[in-house]
Design a protein around this ligand. Structure first.
Ligand code: ZN
Length: 837
C-alpha cells in the first residue's frame, strides 16, 4: 500500500510538474489551527484536490456552501430565487454565533440609524457590527472570485484566531459566492473539458479560447454587471433586495481582466467619478485600499490602483453602493482563464489568481472592521445631510400604456423607492396626467439620492472618456411624461398590480385594440398564431366616441375559421394575460376609415430568425432573444450565420442582423435572393454598413474624421477615446403616420445610441420617419462636438425595398439592456408592419 502511494505521489509530481496547491499555499501556517470539524472545499471538488486544481461547477459550489452552513454556527444560508436556468441564488450570512441570534435586531437598528431615528451619541451606534456584502464572479468566465469564495467561507467558518473572532463579532458578512450561476457553470464546463493532464500554458490552446457566446454573461447573454440599476434580470433582483434590506457599508465585486495584467483595486480614475458621489466616498475607498496594498505586497503580488476603471455608471456592482451610502469596490485580477497560462509576467496559475481574491477578501474584512466608526459616520451623513422639501414630487405617467408604467414602477419598488397615488386627473406644466395612468414619487425619502441618479441628465463632463455608458435616465428609457409638482395634499401610498385587460364591450362582429400598450405585440402574435385573420389600420378613426390611432388592430369576429364563441374566449384569455383592452363594435361604419376599408391591411404571422454566433454581438442578440422570449412570447429561431448556407430560409419571413461582422459571398447572394422573394431583413448598428456595401440597401453615410492638432503622444488614446459615443440619449421627432412609429402618440421620443454611424436624411421628407431633432438633440450623455454636428443632419432608421422584399436598418439600439422599454416598439413594428413601409 505504502509503495503504491509513494509511486502515485512520484508520478503525480512528475506528470503534472506543478506546485502543490494545498491549504498551506492559501493560508500559510494558519490553517493548522482551523477547526477540523468544518468540511474543506476539497471534500466537495470532483477530483478531491484543493481549490484551483480544477474549476468548480456551480452545483458543487452550492453543495459545499450548504455543507459549511450545516457544520458552522457562524454561517446561515438561504436561497433567494433562481437563475433563468434554475440555479439557486444563495446568500451566506456570516457573523459570530452570538450575533446570529440578534440579526433581526441589528438589521432594524442599522436602518433606524440611516433614517436618523436614533442618534449617534448612543453607545450602540458604534458598537453594532459593520455590514459587508462580498460578491464574486458576476462575469462567469472570471472564475477566481467564486473559487476564492469557497476558501474565504471556509476560513471564516473554521479559523480559531482571535483576530477572526473579533472580526466576526464586529461584522455581518453577506457572502454572495456566485453572482452569475449560469455563466459560471457554462465556463467551468468549457475549461474543465479542455484541460490537459499536463497543464499546457500555450495561450493558443482551446482551453483559453471559449466558444461563442462565452461564459461572461447570463442565460440571455446579458452583462450582469450593468444591471444593478435596471434590475431586469432575476439574479439582479434578488441581490438588490438583499442590498436594500441591509444597506451594506462596504460592497466588493471580484472580477478578472486581461492575462497580461496584474491586480487592480479601486479607487479608479479620479476624474471619472460620478459627480453625485460624495468626495468622502473616494477617500474611504482609498483608506480601505491601504489594507489591500499591504496584504498583496506581503504576499509578493503586484498591483495597481487609480489608473483604470471608473465610478460613473451606477449600474455596476462597484458603483451602485456609492449612491446608496456605502463604499463599492472593484477588484480585477489578471486572468489565467484556464488552469495555467503564459503571460508577459511569466506563467500565471489559476490558484495564484484565486489567492489574490482570497487575500483581498480578507483585507476588506479587516479594513471594514477597523474603519467601522468612519463608515457609520459616512453613511449617516449620506442619508441625513440633504433635506428635501416635503411638498415636492416627481409626477410620471403615460396616457396610453399602463403596462410600461407598471414596469417602471417595478424598478422603483426593487430599489426601495416609495410612490404615492394620484387621486384625480391633473394637468401639470401643460402635461396631462390621468389618475389611473400616473403616480407620484416624493423627493423627500430615504433613497432620494438614488432616485436622482436614476433620472439625472448630464451633458457636460470633466472627462470625455467612459468605461461604460454616459447616460441612462429611466424617464427617457421608458419614454414617460414627467414633470415636478409642489403640493400640500396628503397622498396615499401607491400599489401597482400588474395590469389585466378586459373586453370593454362584447361583440360578435369585430374587435379593435390600441397599439399603444407595451404588450399589444404579444396580444397580436397570440391572435395570429390562432390562425385568425387580423388587420392593421393605416389611418386614424373614431367609432362610438373611441379614438383609434395609426396602427390600431382589427380582429373581425365573422369570416374567421373559428366560431364566434371560440373567438370571444380567445380574446378574453389574451386580454387578461396581456393587459390589453379589446373594444367590440357591431358595425363597420366609423368616423374616418371604415372597418371594411382597404386602408386596413392584413398582417402575416412573423416567422423570425435571429442571426447569432461568431462575430455577432452576443449582448445585442441576447437583448432581442430576451425581449421576444420573456416579454412578447414570440418565438425566434437562433440561426448561426455560418449555417445559413445550408438551411432553408423560406421557413422564415423575417431575419434580424444585430451589430456584428458578417462575411461569406455565397451566403450573401442567398440572403439577397431571400429578400428579393419577399423577405423582411432588419439590421442594427454596424450591420447597416455591411448591408450597404453588399447592395441590400443604398445608404448615404456622413463621414467625419477628427484630425489631432496639438495632441501629445501620451494623450493619443484619450484623443481617440473622446471621439467614441459610448452610450448617450437623443431626442428624435417621429412621423406618427409611418408604420415604424405605430403605437406612439407624441412626436418626441428619446432614443439610445452607442455608435458613430450617421445616416444622411433623405431629400424626400416622408423617407425620414424618425429624425434627430435639429436643436437640443442631446438629452443626456457625452458626444463629441464633431459627432454632434453629424447627428443633427441624420436619421437613425431607413426602410428600403428590394424587389418584393424589404430591408430596414437602425443605427441605434432600440433594445438596450432590457430597460429601453420606450423604443422596443420600433423594432417590433418593423417585424409586423415591414411590408407596409
Ligand atoms: Zn468582469
Amino acid at each position: 500500500m505504502k509503495i503504491i502511494y509513494s509511486l502515485f505521489l512520484f508520478l503525480s509530481i512528475n506528470l503534472f510538474s506543478q506546485e502543490i496547491y494545498d491549504l498551506e499555499y492559501y493560508f500559510g501556517e494558519d490553517y493548522k489551527n482551523f477547526n477540523e470539524n468544518i468540511p474543506k472545499p476539497s471534500d466537495f471538488l470532483l477530483n478531491g484536490k484543493e481549490v484551483g486544481s480544477s474549476h468548480v461547477s456551480h452545483d458543487r459550489l452550492i453543495q459545499y456552501m450548504y455543507a459549511l452552513a450545516n457544520a458552522s454556527k457562524r454561517i446561515d444560508i438561504e436561497n433567494r430565487g433562481f437563475s433563468y436556468e434554475g440555479r439557486p441564488l444563495v446568500l451566506l450570512t456570516i457573523t459570530s454565533e452570538k450575533n446570529h441570534d440578534k440579526l433581526l435586531k441589528f438589521k432594524r437598528s442599522h436602518i433606524d440609524y440611516l433614517d436618523g431615528k436614533s442618534d449617534n451619541k448612543s453607545s450602540n451606534f458604534y458598537s453594532r457590527p459593520v455590514v459587508i456584502y462580498q460578491g464574486y464572479s458576476i462575469h462567469g468566465n472570471e472564475p477566481s472570485g467564486s473559487n476564492a469564495a469557497m476558501l474565504y467561507a471556509y476560513y471564516l467558518a473554521s479559523s480559531n484566531s482571535d483576530d477572526v473572532k473579533n472580526q466576526l463579532n464586529n461584522s455581518i458578512i453577506l457572502l454572495d459566492p456566485s453572482l452569475n450561476p449560469d455563466g459560471l457553470q457554462r465556463f467551468a464546463n468549457w475549461v474543465n473539458t479542455n484541460k490537459s493532464q499536463n497543464l499546457n500554458s500555450d495561450s493558443n490552446d482551446r482551453e483559453f479560447n471559449e466558444h461563442w457566446p462565452r461564459g461572461r454573461t447570463n442565460h440571455y447573454w446579458f452583462d450582469m454587471n450593468r444591471d444593478w440599476l435596471p434590475a431586469q434580470l432575476p439574479e439582479s433582483k434578488v441581490r438588490i433586495k438583499t442590498f436594500q434590506d441591509w444597506y451594506p457599508n462596504v460592497l466588493t465585486d471580484h472580477h478578472e481582466m486581461g492575462t497580461n495584467s496584474t491586480f487592480f483595486y479601486q479607487p479608479g480614475i479620479p476624474s471619472r467619478v460620478n459627480p453625485l458621489t460624495p468626495k468622502k466616498n473616494q477617500e474611504l475607498t482609498a483608506k480601505i485600499g491601504k489594507y489591500h496594498e499591504s496584504i498583496l505586497s506581503e504576499n509578493g503580488s503586484f498591483f495597481y490602483s487609480e489608473e483604470d476603471y471608473d465610478d460613473f455608471y451606477y449600474g455596476k456592482g462597484s458603483t451602485y453602493p456609492d449612491i446608496n451610502g456605502g463604499i463599492g469596490i472593484l477588484f480585477e485580477q489578471g486572468s489565467s482563464r484556464g488552469h495555467l497560462q503564459e503571460s508577459i509576467n511569466g506563467n500565471i496559475s489559476f490558484p495564484f489568481t484565486i489567492k489574490n481574491q482570497l487575500l483581498t477578501s480578507i483585507s476588506t474584512l479587516e479594513a471594514s472592521v477597523d474603519l467601522k466608526k468612519e463608515l457609520f459616520d459616512y453613511q449617516r451623513e449620506f442619508f441625513n445631510s440633504k433635506k428635501h422639501n416635503k411638498n415636492e414630487f416627481l409626477i410620471v405617467g403615460d396616457q396610453h400604456d399602463r403596462s410600461k408604467l407598471y414596469h417602471f414602477h417595478e424598478i422603483l419598488k426593487t430599489h426601495n423607492i416609495t410612490t404615492k397615488k394620484l387621486d384625480e386627473d391633473k394637468i401639470v406644466n401643460g402635461i396631462k396626467f390621468k389618475k389611473n395612468n400616473s403616480f407620484l414619487i416624493p423627493k423627500d425619502q430615504r433613497n432620494s439620492r438614488l432616485l436622482s441618479a436614476m433620472i439625472n441628465n448630464q451633458t457636460s463632463f470633466k472627462d470625455s472618456l467612459f468605461y461604460d455608458v454616459s447616460a441612462w435616465s429611466f424617464l427617457h428609457s421608458f419614454n414617460l411624461e414627467h414633470t415636478f409638482i409642489k403640493s400640500n395634499e396628503k397622498f396615499n401610498e401607491f400599489n401597482f398590480s400588474k395590469p389585466v385587460g378586459s373586453i370593454i364591450s362584447k361583440s360578435d362582429y369585430a374587435y379593435v385594440f390600441h397599439w399603444n400598450d407595451y404588450y399589444s405585440p404579444k396580444a397580436l402574435y397570440k391572435l395570429l398564431s390562432h390562425g385568425l385573420n387580423i388587420k392593421v389600420s393605416t389611418d386614424k378613426f373614431t367609432i362610438e366616441n373611441n379614438n383609434f390611432g395609426y396602427g390600431s388592430i382589427l380582429v373581425p369576429v365573422s369570416n374567421q375559421n373559428k366560431s364566434i364563441n371560440e373567438i370571444n374566449n380567445i380574446i378574453e384569455e389574451i386580454s387578461n394575460e396581456t393587459g390589453v383592452d379589446f373594444y367590440g363594435f357591431n358595425t363597420s361604419k366609423t368616423n374616418g376609415i371604415d372597418l371594411g376599408s382597404n386602408d386596413f391591411k392584413k398582417i402575416n404571422l412573423p416567422k423570425i430568425g435571429l442571426i447569432v454566433g461568431d462575430g455577432v454581438s452576443s449582448y445585442d442578440a441576447g437583448e432581442i432573444w430576451h425581449l421576444m422570449d420573456t416579454r412578447y412570447e414570440i418565438p425566434i429561431t437562433k440561426l448561426k450565420y455560418n449555417s445559413l448556407a445550408k438551411i432553408d430560409l423560406s421557413k422564415y419571413n423575417t431575419l434580424i442582423f444585430v451589430n456584428g461582422s458578417y462575411g461569406n459571398k455565397n451566403t450573401i447572394e442567398k440572403l439577397k435572393n431571400w429578400v428579393k422573394n419577399g423577405g423582411n431583413l432588419i439590421g442594427f448598428r454596424n450591420a447597416t454598413k455591411w448591408l450597404d456595401s453588399n447592395d441590400f440597401i443604398k445608404l448615404d453615410f456622413i463621414e467625419n474624421t477628427s484630425v489631432p492638432k496639438d495632441v501629445k503622444f501620451i494623450d493619443k488614446n484619450k484623443f481617440y477615446g473622446a471621439q467614441l459615443t459610448s452610450g448617450a440619449i437623443f431626442n428624435v421627432k417621429l412621423d406618427l403616420s409611418h408604420p415604424v412609429n405605430y403605437g406612439y402618440y407624441k412626436e418626441d421620443l428619446s432614443i439610445f445610441r452607442n455608435t458613430n454611424i450617421y445616416l444622411k436624411n433623405d431629400k424626400l421628407s416622408f423617407n425620414n420617419p424618425i429624425k434627430y431633432s435639429k436643436e437640443n438633440s442631446l438629452v443626456s450623455g457625452y458626444i463629441s462636438k464633431l459627432n454632434y454636428k453629424s447627428i443633427l443632419n441624420s436619421r437613425p432608421f431607413v426602410s428600403s425595398r428590394l424587389n418584393k422584399g424589404r430591408v430596414n436598418v437602425f443605427t441605434d439600439n432600440t433594445n438596450f439592456r432590457a430597460f429601453w422599454y420606450g423604443t422596443n416598439k420600433l423594432m417590433i413594428n418593423t417585424i409586423f408592419f415591414g411590408k407596409l413601409m
